[in-house]
Design a protein around this ligand. Structure first.
Ligand code: GLP
Length: 263
C-alpha cells in the first residue's frame, strides 16, 4: 500500500486528480477506461480539478466509463441528496465530452434491488472490470456503504446504514438522522478490491482513527477499509490533518519513501 501525505485538502485533491488524469491518458486501446467513483465531501476537490483539466482541453472523458459506488434507497434522481444528483451537480454536468450512456449509478428507486445489483456487477464485468476505483471512507472506516462487519468479500447489494452513519450524514438532511435513508445500494468490498487500482481519499481530523485502522491496524471486518491492505495496488491520498493517529514511525516512513510526491 502507498500512502501519499499532502499538506492539506487542496494538495491532496490535486495530487489525486493528477494521478487519475495520468492513468486515463496512459490508457490505450479500444476498450474504454473504467473509473469507479465516490460521493461525499472528500472527492469534491478532485472533481473540481478534473473538470478544470477537461474544460481546459487537457483531459478527455470521451473514452471513460464510470461506475458509482453507492446510492441511497428511496431518493429519486431529482432529490438534492441523491448521489445521482450529487454526481451530475458536482461533476458530470460540467464535463464537455462525458457521454451520458457511459455513466452508471445504482438505481435506489428500483423495485428489484437484487436484480439491480446483479446487473450492476454484470455491467462492470462486461467492460472487463474497473481500472481505477476512487473512494472515500466514513469516520467508522466504511468504504462505499460497507459498514463495519460487512464481509470483506461482499459484492454489490442492499446495505443497512448504521445509526452512526445516519448521524454523520444528517448534516445534509437538516441535521435530522431520521431523514437519512436507512438503506442504500452499494458495491461490495470485493467489487472495489477487484479493481486493478484503488485510490482512497482520507482527509481531516475526524478521519484520523479510520486512517490509522486502514494503514496500521490488522485486516478486519470491523474496519472494512482495512481490506485495502490485501490489494496489490492500493493508494491512500491523505492530508496532514488525517495523520493524527498514525504512529510517528509510520508517518515518517511514508513521508520518506514518497518524498518526491509531495506537492
Ligand atoms: C458516505 C458515502 C461514502 C463516503 C462517506 C464519506 O457515507 N456512502 O461513499 O465515502 O460518506 O463522506 P465524506 O467524504 O463526506 O466524509
Amino acid at each position: 500500500m502507498r500512502v501519499i501525505i499532502q499538506d492539506n485538502y487542496d494538495k491532496m485533491s490535486r495530487w489525486a486528480a493528477e494521478h487519475i488524469a495520468a492513468a486515463i491518458r496512459k490508457h490505450k486501446g479500444e476498450r474504454p477506461f473504467v473509473l469507479g467513483l465516490p460521493t461525499g465531501s472528500s472527492p469534491i476537490g478532485v472533481y473540481r480539478e478534473l473538470v478544470r483539466m477537461n474544460r481546459a482541453g487537457e483531459l478527455s472523458f470521451a473514452n471513460v466509463v464510470t461506475f458509482n459506488m453507492d446510492e441511497y434507497m428511496g431518493l429519486p434522481h431529482e432529490h438534492d441528496q441523491s448521489y445521482w444528483y450529487f454526481m451530475h451537480d458536482n461533476f458530470f454536468d460540467h464535463l464537455v465530452d462525458m457521454k451520458p450512456e457511459h455513466i452508471h449509478i445504482l438505481n435506489g428507486m428500483t423495485d428489484d434491488p437484487e436484480g439491480e445489483c446483479a446487473r450492476y456487477e454484470e455491467k462492470i464485468a462486461s467492460y472487463g472490470g474497473i481500472d481505477l476505483f476512487m473512494g472515500g471512507i466514513g469516520v467508522d472506516g466504511h468504504l462505499a456503504f460497507n459498514e463495519p462487519y460487512t464481509s470483506l468479500c461482499s459484492r454489490t447489494g442492499v446495505r443497512e446504514l448504521t445509526t452512526d452513519t445516519r448521524i454523520v450524514n444528517s448534516r445534509f438532511f437538516g441535521n435530522d438522522p431520521e431523514k437519512v435513508p436507512g438503506k442504500a445500494l452499494s458495491v461490495g468490498i470485493g467489487t472495489v478490491t477487484d479493481a486493478k487500482e484503488v485510490l482512497v481519499l482520507i482527509s481531516g481530523h475526524n478521519k484520523a482513527r479510520a486512517l490509522a485502522a486502514t494503514v496500521e491496524g490488522g485486516v478486519s471486518q470491523k474496519w472494512t477499509c482495512s481490506a485495502l491492505q490485501l490489494h496489490p495496488n492500493a493508494i491512500i491520498a491523505c492530508d496532514e490533518a488525517a495523520c493524527g493517529e498514525l504512529t510517528v514511525d509510520t508517518y515518517k516512513y511514508f513521508l520518506d519513501i514518497e518524498r518526491n510526491e509531495r506537492l
